[in-house]
Design a protein around this ligand. Structure first.
Ligand SMILES: [Zn+2]
Length: 241
């Protein structure tokens, strides 16, 4: 049940007819795993915590660097050299103490991903590498939990939602390494991260029921937004039979 302070805190979303009190209560019971609290994860974590998710589990191996501040909106100059997972937890606690936040300084792999993904309702991608994304997809398929992937380069970005038993991340992408450094301007991860959290909030609160996996690709430089249905690959290495 939502208490008086929570009803006040979330009033703007509760009065939205398609969301309402029931959705807010469902969101309060929901748990998410977010891997990566950089450019994408700063936005995803902030919006989920502000919206009133029940529990957020954060995993990130990195420390804050000066070159991160251009887009990673959770951090400031005093954070340089410190663990992102630990800092994110501290900062997000100050935003909303109703949310249970767990933070782990770790690198996600296929060997440890199930440990982190067990008992969550959704898996969110805030990473910048394919290896971690394939590990998250592995957990999503194995545990039948939705997986929301986001990525960006320059002024272009993607947000893809993979629904259990439908097409998975590995149906769409094949294993490869992303060349670094990745060029990126601040608004791109903010938009892709905002879309991720938007879909997550809707799925966790049952405001949106998805029947298929899909992706939205955008380019801010060409002013293009396109959404595609993702088809299952029957020969997929992860979910194919
Ligand atoms: Zn697949």
């Amino acid at each position: 049940m939502l208490n008086k302070r929570e009803l006040e805190r979330y009033n703007s979303q509760i009065i939205f007819k398609k969301f309402g009190k029931e959705s807010q209560e469902k969101l309060k019971k929901a748990k998410a795993l977010l891997v990566g609290v950089g450019g994408l994860g700063s936005v995803i974590s902030t919006l989920l915590v502000r919206a009133g998710i029940g529990e957020l589990k954060i995993v990130d191996r990195d420390v804050v660097e000066l070159s991160n501040l251009q887009r990673q909106i959770l951090y400031d100059e005093t954070d340089i050299g410190k663990s992102k997972a630990k800092l994110a937890k501290e900062k997000l606690r100050k935003v909303n103490k109703n949310v249970k936040i767990k933070a782990f300084k770790d690198e996600i792999t296929k060997d440890n991903v199930l440990k982190y993904a067990r008992n969550v309702d959704i898996i969110l991608d805030g990473t910048d590498n394919m290896k971690a994304r394939f590990a998250l997809n592995h957990a999503s398929v194995k545990l039948k939990i939705p997986f929301v992937h986001a990525g960006c380069e320059g002024f272009s970005g993607v947000c893809a939602v993979f629904v259990p038993k439908k097409a998975c991340f590995a149906c769409l992408y094949k294993e490869c390494e992303v060349k670094k450094p990745i060029s990126v301007l601040g608004p791109t991860p903010v938009l892709a991260g905002s879309m991720s959290s938007g879909y997550a909030i809707q799925m966790l609160s049952s405001t949106m029921k998805l029947k298929t996996s899909f992706m939205t690709v955008f380019s801010l430089i060409d002013n293009e937004f396109d959404t595609y249905i993702i088809k299952k690959d029957t020969k997929c290495a992860e979910c194919g039979k």
